[in-house]
Ligand binder design. Structure first.
Ligand SMILES: [Zn+2]
Length: 52
């Protein structure tokens, strides 16, 4: 059996590191904030189009 390979056309979004949310600084320590979805990938965490 072959291991399932991820779609070669899909790449992990470098802007959010595949999380779907860009890393933001927490302005208030101890208080969790919810940043808006990554604009680069639309919150998916990966890019379906070749960036290059
Ligand atoms: Zn992203």
């Amino acid at each position: 059996m072959k291991p399932i390979k991820s779609n070669p056309n899909e790449e992990k979004c470098p802007a959010c590191n595949g999380t779907g949310f860009p890393s933001v600084k927490q302005p208030v320590p101890g208080r969790r904030i919810y940043p808006p979805p990554c604009k680069t990938c639309g919150g998916k965490g990966r890019m379906t189009e070749a960036a290059e």
